[in-house]
Every structure is written in structure tokens, then in C-alpha cells.
Design a protein around this ligand. Sequence first.
Ligand SMILES: C[S@@+](CC[C@H](N)C(=O)[O-])C[C@H]1O[C@@H](n2cnc3c(N)ncnc32)[C@H](O)[C@@H]1O
Length: 355
Amino acid sequence: MSSLTNPSRLLEKNSEELDSPRLLLALPPADGFLSLLAAERPAGSTHVLTNMVEVREQASRIVPEANLVYSHDFSQLQGPFDLIVLYLQKSKPYTSAVLDQLCPLLTEQGRILLVGENGTGIKSWRKNLQNWGEVMPITSGCHSGLLELLPSEQSRSTNKGWEEKHFPIAVAGTEIQVASLPGVFSHGRLDVGTQLLLETLSKENIRGQLLDFGCGAGVIGSWQAKRHNRCKPTLLDTDAMALEAARRTLALNGLEGKVVASHGLSGLNGRYDWIISNPPFHEGVKTRYDVTENFLLQAKEHLNRGGQLRIVANSFLRYQPLIEEAFGHCEVLAQGRGFTIYGATLAPAFVSAEI
Ligand SMILES: C[S@@+](CC[C@H](N)C(=O)[O-])C[C@H]1O[C@@H](n2cnc3c(N)ncnc32)[C@H](O)[C@@H]1O
């Protein structure tokens, strides 16, 4: 994704607002704005905070390693900054918790610009931001709005950290505690689609190596590991917050597993006996199908012969033809509550070359 998103277009049009000695671009989308910005600024003066592997990969080609943080842990940022440009996130509690942690990273005269697309709540943030200090609308355009926050002394001196929630889930007699963090999928409750997937899996004999693709807080992999204590699942996600929640879920239940940061399957080595997923079709506030489409087409390259794919998806999503294209067949294993469970087995004729 290299063309500019609407919020980035608005920033580009108002580039004079970004003129400051030390600037942090916080949680930008994977568009071309960072390279435009960095090209206009003195070398080493632009820093990037991201929670997405795709943005980390892109930014690593543009800013020095020391200026790039991909983590849930904002203390790794080398502040203070004169200006932080924050892209509005889909989850309000997440945006709020991010603001709590960014304000203390500003210089005394430092300011935050919040940019977001209309229809994603940017207008209501004009009022919400007053909880952190003085707010001024800068401009609007490109279907987006740009707000300025001058944080209060109190916001700059208090860092509340992430609020971690624990909640139990019990499916087919197996219970685990889930550790969830703001912004991580289904923060605080079991997703209906994931529940249907686990109910379907409970009727299967799952053994061997298991990959939980798009693991979120690690619900699927941890539930399976709890059912069969010899299962040490691999939990993969692009989101640094999700991976931290997944690590905490494993630890909370005394389970072992591997956590992998990857955009799609690109960062994954090795093959599995089971690939199980409630795959994404949103990224932030946008609908995005390419990640799951590529995942379905490439999953067989990470399955052992006879390996199994199981996914849950909203029934309106047309994933069945893609699975058939990759595996030669696709079973509908269950349907209900607006979701469908699809399954496929990797037959010898479809095994691709060793990776
Ligand atoms: C529908 S949620 C499922 C979460 C969890 N498995 C569950 O069932 O509760 C999809 C997950 O895919 C992750 N995701 C989004 N884009 C991704 C990508 N490009 N590569 C890997 N994971 C991605 C999201 O961060 C999110 O955690």
C-alpha cells in the first residue's frame, strides 16, 4: 500500500504544521506518507512508532533503526519530542491509552496533532481531547480532520500504562483465562465467530504442530494447548499489542508457545499440521481483504502433507472459492450466527516445494 490515505493527504497539504526539530509519527498506516515526510526533513529528525509489521518493514527502509519502535512498550521511544502526529485508531479506549502514554514524551512546549478520517470519530475527538489539555481544530479536508492538543501539565506527568483485562472463556469443557489489552480484537469477550470455531474444533482430534494465524489475544492457540498439553502452538499476528496480549494469555494459563510477528505469512518459516484462524478483514477502520486472500492461497506452503486448514469467517465473505483454488476442495463444517467454518486437507498433489 503506497498511495496516500485520506488522513495522510490532509497532513501532506498542511505540511507547514509538521515543521519541528524532533517529530514522532505515531501509528501511521502503511501508506507512502512517511517517505514523503522524511525526504523533506533533516536526516535523523523523524521518529516512528508502529504496532504493525508492514509499517515496521516500510519504515526500516526510511528512518534509522534507533528512530523506529515496533512494540507495545512506548518506553523504548527516545523522547522528548516537540511534535507527535498521531493517527486516530479505530478503538477509542486504545486511542485514549495511547494518548496517556504519549503526552509524557513531549517537551514542555510540545504538542500533539491528531488526524483521522471523517466517519471514524475524529469530530467527537475535538471534545474528548479536552481530557488531556487544550484543543484547537487546525483544519479539515480530504474527508478528514486535524486537531491540535496542547497537553496539560498533569497529562505530561502521568503515565497510566495499559489497562490489562482478564476474562475467562469456556468452550466444550475447556476453560482458559484470556489477557486482553486495549485495541486487541474482542477486548474483554469471546468473539461469536471464534466461539463457533472452537466448538467445531472440539469435535476433532487435533495433534501435532499448530499455527494460530491472526492470533489476537491468543484465544485459539491457548485453548487448544490447554486441551492437549503437548500442543505448543505458534501464535502469529502483525499487531505488537496483540502479540503482547497473546504472550500474557499463554503465561496466565501456564502454557508454552511461540509468538511470531509477521505481516501475513511472510515472516513465517516451517510447516504445521494444523493452521487455524479467525482471519482479519479489517485493518483499523478500513476493510481489507488482501491479507486473508493471500493467507488462504499461501497457507498450503506452510502445511505438512495431510495438514489441515480451519477458518471461521462471516458467511457473506467469499473465501470458499479461494480455498478450493488452493486445496482443490473446501468443506463447510458448520454454520450459525452469521458465521461459517471452512475446512480443507492438504492432499499430496497440492503439496508445494519445500520452503
Ligand atoms: C478477527 S481477529 C482474530 C483474533 C483471534 N484469533 C480471535 O479469534 O480472537 C484477526 C487478527 O488478525 C490480525 N491481523 C490483521 N492483519 C494481519 C496481518 N497482515 N498479518 C497477520 N495478522 C494480521 C489482527 O491484528 C487480529 O488480531
